[in-house]
Design a protein around this ligand. Structure first.
Ligand SMILES: C[S@@+](CC[C@H](N)C(=O)[O-])C[C@H]1O[C@@H](n2cnc3c(N)ncnc32)[C@H](O)[C@@H]1O
Length: 253
């Protein structure tokens, strides 16, 4: 927990593990797919929930003009370091998807890696999508990943990452299903020095799940039209419940 008693979200250890586990250069097929979907976009692109810049950095290196924001200062700090390592200096800022909007500013908004699921509750999701719709210029496009519902299989094997002489371990346990398609996992990050535990952070990850029709309806309610759905980062591939990821594309109505 943070010093003020608030729950950490992508705090120090969680952010460090994201970077160690998925450094710049890591792709799930999403980097190539988003690059392809954005081909020809010359206006500014916004990546909410930019994280460590895993997608932002390759897009910038490809010549796209991309700005990013994130709710976690720790993720943003790593993102700035990653950008600097590649000689990049993009606009990056701290903001929340459910609040931030910049009317008609962007040619495209991209939200890969299932990050939109971190916005929980239908009202918050519609609010975030409305902000994005308002932030798109006429003819602009939202491209957003949605991961199908999956049942937690039980506790996962412990993960570990070396950071110099320090070791970070991660154990995650599924929480009680909060209902309304919200799934929580309790993730405990521990930092060890010479075998001694020196720091612990607990991160509850609550993910909002959708089925295809639900998310399409949500997009419609937020003022989007011309909805296209791809699956598993294959353009035009028909989405099914067996898909690992669906990507929705939509334009402001
Ligand atoms: C899985 S990481 C994705 C990072 C990056 N987009 C990528 O593809 O690697 C999810 C990110 O979403 C951010 N996030 C979660 N809720 C958010 C919100 N409401 N507004 C902005 N960022 C948010 C987290 O802080 C975290 O950095």
């Amino acid at each position: 927990m943070g010093g003020n008693g608030q729950t950490l979200r992508y705090g120090r250890l969680c952010s460090l593990v994201y970077q160690l586990d998925k450094p710049i250069g890591t792709s799930f097929g999403d980097v190539e797919f988003y690059r392809e979907r954005l081909a020809g976009v010359t206006g500014e692109i916004l990546e909410p929930a930019v994280g460590t810049g895993r997608i932002l950095v390759p897009l910038l290196r490809d010549g796209f003009r991309v700005r990013g924001f994130d709710a976690s200062p720790q993720m943003l700090a790593i993102c700035r370091e990653n950008c600097a390592a590649y000689g990049l200096d993009p606009v990056l800022f701290e903001a929340d998807m459910t609040v931030y909007r910049e009317p008609a500013a962007f040619a495209a908004v991209v939200i890969p890696a299932g990050s939109f699921a971190l916005v929980t509750g239908r009202e918050n999701a519609v609010r975030a999508l409305r902000n994005i719709r308002e932030s798109l210029a006429p003819g602009g496009r939202l491209i957003v990943d949605v991961e199908p519902i999956e049942r937690p299989a039980g506790p996962e094997p412990m993960g570990h990452w070396w950071h110099g002489e320090e070791l970070i371990t991660l154990t995650c346990h599924p929480g009680v299903d909060a209902g309304d398609r919200c799934q929580t996992s309790w993730c405990r990050y521990e930092l060890w020095r010479d075998g001694v535990l020196v720091h612990t952070e607990l991160e509850p990850f609550t993910l909002q799940r959708y089925d295809l029709a639900e998310f399409a309806t949500l997009l419609g309610d937020a003022g989007f039209t011309d909805i296209t759905i791809h699956s598993d980062y294959q353009a035009g591939q028909f989405p099914t419940t067996a898909s690992k990821v669906w990507t929705f594309e939509a334009t402001p109505a």
